[in-house]
Design a protein around this ligand. Sequence first.
Ligand SMILES: [Zn+2]
Length: 253
Amino acid sequence: MGVCEFQKDLIDAFASARRVFVFTGAGASKESGLPTFREIDGEWSKYDPMTFATFEGFMSDPVKVWNLYRLRQRQIAAAQPNPAHVTIAQMEQYYPDFLLCTQNVDDLHERAGSRKIVKIHGDAWQMRCLKCGSVYDTRDFDLPDEFTQDTLPKCPKCGTLCRPNIVWFGEYVPREAMEASIGMSNKCDLMLVVGTSGEVSGGYGFAQRARSNGAVVVEINPSEGVLTQYAQFWIAEPAGVVLPRIWQAVMNR
Ligand SMILES: [Zn+2]
């Protein structure tokens, strides 16, 4: 074994951990070339978030909003998981107790192999009935790329309009995803924060909670965010570059 480029304490924390909580955000998807909703220079900046990311905006023009999400789905389908997604899936295989909470609505984690995952902001592939709440995978239906008023997706059970199953501004996050994440941030011995500034709802307090319960908190994010204050280790590099190297060092230890 050669000289490790990372601090020994960092590698030790990964190596000795048993209960691991990973919290990811837009930065992880961005490294796969997926533009983020909030990016100022991203192509989504030409759309008003109050239109495509609120219930009121959806109700005022469901055709326009649905067509934006159809575009988003095509972007997601064209993107590929990056080495950060792959490494997080490998970590799931390694640790006896593991949970990934992602704020990303794409499926890049799943396509990299992650299974112990909760999606706290919803899933861009899913639609949900406005009346009965049934959730469907849009890929199970023969839907057009561009909806019209007449072809908007309807619930197969009750015939009511379906909406994207996304947590929009001012809406509650899914309760089960929230409870699982709180539980894991309470008991984890390592929390890994990847590609999120934590600016949405203060990262839901997960990092603060993990830290105060004695976990080692590691943040991988090129720019400092509101969660950095809770991290013993902040690695200011793209996760797709540095996380595989950290994991290699852990495996070689
Ligand atoms: Zn329904």
